[in-house]
Design a protein around this ligand. Structure first.
Ligand SMILES: [Zn+2]
Length: 103
């Protein structure tokens, strides 16, 4: 199962932030992907509202410990920064991908 199919399958267990209906049948577009997380645009099949979700990707622990070169997890501060950026953004979601991070 690919990542988008997995996210769609899991989304049906969550409710839309706008209309509160289950997100079954939602559209999911991958905006960016890194080793530890991905950013997707989710569009509700019921009301059509789109929102961005950041999904942490967790790999199964290696039986001999973490392999060399594994990046650190996203910090709480980084998630707060992302939340504030998304909250204050006006415009197209794809504009965020081209904009430099705010400080
Ligand atoms: Zn909705």
């Amino acid at each position: 199962m690919d990542l988008i199919a997995l996210i769609k399958e899991r989304a049906r267990h969550h409710n839309c932030l706008s209309c509160s209906r289950a997100l079954a049948g939602c559209e999911v577009t991958l905006l960016s992907q890194d080793r530890s997380h991905c950013t997707v645009s989710v569009t509700c099949a019921s009301c059509g509202v789109s929102f961005i979700a950041v999904i942490l990707l967790r790999r199964r622990p290696h039986p001999e410990g973490a392999p060399a070169g594994i990046d650190s997890a996203i910090s709480g501060d980084e998630l707060v920064d992302l939340h504030q950026r998304l909250r204050d953004h006006r415009g197209r979601l794809t504009d965020l991908l081209a904009a430099p991070p705010r400080r």
